[in-house]
Design a protein around this ligand. Structure first.
Ligand code: NAD
Length: 284
């Protein structure tokens, strides 16, 4: 990242306005984080019922991280619901964090390409889909980069800045500069299914799921991983990521989730982990 930055000399690059599309687990938390770090943020979703809790999570974050009341109030004002996407044409950075489905992401980017400010960063938070596949339908595919945040956004500093074969140093340098501007630690990686972290992490999580499905205790397995030095066990992590997201990433990486397996049954029952109150564990 620092090399890309040096080459580009990003002096003078300002990121005042951020527009986030998708107010779920990730989009909501990315939006709140950017507002915490001083940016004006518009948050879009098809479903207002996703935006409202995301704004509430933002308020909690501001109260936790900011001391003075006027700072908290200012941050609350910087994070704005934008169900119709008016913020797109004003934004310096657009981050898409909707469901992990190629066609949905392609449709979103196709619909906003003509509305962008010149020079605005266009980014996807996809966990696993190769960037070229999302970008290939764009008139300017070189504009799209990956900015892959990790869950929970407020706690994990890493952001993978994903470079597609269409990108030049200019887009990557700007993406890394933006990550630094919001206090994150960017690492530039090539676009490949799962990029760097998920490519390594998913087989580990699926290995743990397979053990649980064969009768191993999930509590024991998670405790063993923590004793080994992991901050949280793999089954708890799968519940935190979301089982639907985990299944999409696994499939994208070529690891099937067998029909009728416990994992598959939980997804089909809408037991998606922390966000729905139950996954492998109960969270309520
Ligand atoms: P989520 O299911 O919590 O949220 C997705 C949101 O997108 C929903 O609120 C949905 O209403 C909205 N949406 C769907 N179609 C839309 C559209 N056309 N326009 C506007 N909003 C739309 O999912 P998530 O876990 O936040 O994941 C979002 C993205 O981030 C995915 O690409 C995922 O792979 C990636 N990601 C997830 C994690 C994780 O740990 N969950 C980590 C890193 C990256």
């Amino acid at each position: 990242a620092s090399e890309a930055l040096k080459k580009q000399g990003t002096k003078g690059v300002k990121f005042a306005r951020v527009h986030v599309i998708g107010a779920g687990v990730m989009g909501g938390d990315i939006a709140a984080w950017c507002a915490l770090r001083g940016m004006s943020v518009t948050l879009q979703d098809l479903d207002m019922e996703r935006i409202t809790p995301a704004l509430d999570r933002g308020k909690k974050l501001f109260k936790k991280r900011l001391r003075k009341k006027y700072e908290i109030d200012a941050a609350v004002l910087r994070l704005e619901a934008d169900p119709t996407g008016k913020g797109v044409s004003r934004a310096d950075v657009i981050i898409e964090a909707v469901v992990e489905k190629l066609e949905v992401k392609q449709a979103i980017f196709g619909g906003l390409e003509d509305k962008l400010k010149p020079g605005a960063i266009l980014a996807t938070n996809t966990s696993s889909i190769e960037l070229e596949r999302i970008a290939e339908k764009l008139k300017q595919p070189e504009r799209l980069i990956g900015l892959h945040f990790f869950n929970p956004v407020a706690q994990l500093p890493l952001v993978e800045v994903i470079r597609s074969t269409f990108n030049t140093d200019a887009e990557i340098g700007k993406g890394a500069a933006f990550a630094l501007a919001i206090g994150k630690s960017p690492v530039v990686v090539k676009s490949a299914p799962g990029f760097l972290v998920n490519r390594v992490l998913m087989p580990y999580m699926l290995g743990a799921v397979e053990r649980v499905e064969r009768g191993e205790s999930k509590e024991l397995l998670d405790a063993a991983a923590v004793a080994f030095g992991m901050p949280m066990g793999p089954i708890e992590l799968m519940d935190t990521v979301g089982l639907d997201v985990g299944k999409s990433v696994a499939t994208e990486l070529g690891h099937g989730v067998p029909d009728g397996s416990q994992f598959d049954q939980l997804v089909k029952a809408g037991k998606l982990g922390r966000k729905t109150g139950e996954g492998f564990y109960k969270w309520v």
